[in-house]
Design a protein around this ligand. Structure first.
Ligand SMILES: [Zn+2]
Length: 103
């Protein structure tokens, strides 16, 4: 149901966020020695950005992950990571691109 095209976005957004959060720890555990993209210190968090959902079989979600040294959104590396994503979305070609931000 969550993977169908007409699934209610308020529900699917929360579901996808929980799914991504669950896999964040798994990905970090699978990659010991993973370093922050911006300062090189050991990564303790992945800043994740949902890139695309594919409604095929099996349903697939691709997520951009930026390893970070901090869990605090106000730290310099986290701010840089957010700016990287914002610039990427802002430079996405084509008009009418919809950017959805869940709460
Ligand atoms: Zn860092």
């Amino acid at each position: 149901m969550f993977c169908s095209r007409d699934a209610p976005r308020d529900i699917t957004s929360r579901w996808v966020s929980n799914l991504v959060d669950t896999h964040e720890e798994e990905v970090l555990a699978r990659n010991p020695g993973c370093a922050c993209l911006y300062c090189g210190k050991p990564a303790i968090k992945l800043q994740t950005t949902l890139a695309i959902t594919l409604h095929g079989d099996p349903p697939t979600i691709q997520v951009l992950c930026q390893p970070l040294c901090t869990k605090n959104r106000d730290d310099a590396c986290a701010i840089q990571a957010q700016e990287t994503i914002d610039q990427g979305i802002g430079n996405y070609p084509g008009r009418g691109t919809e950017v959805y931000r869940g709460s």
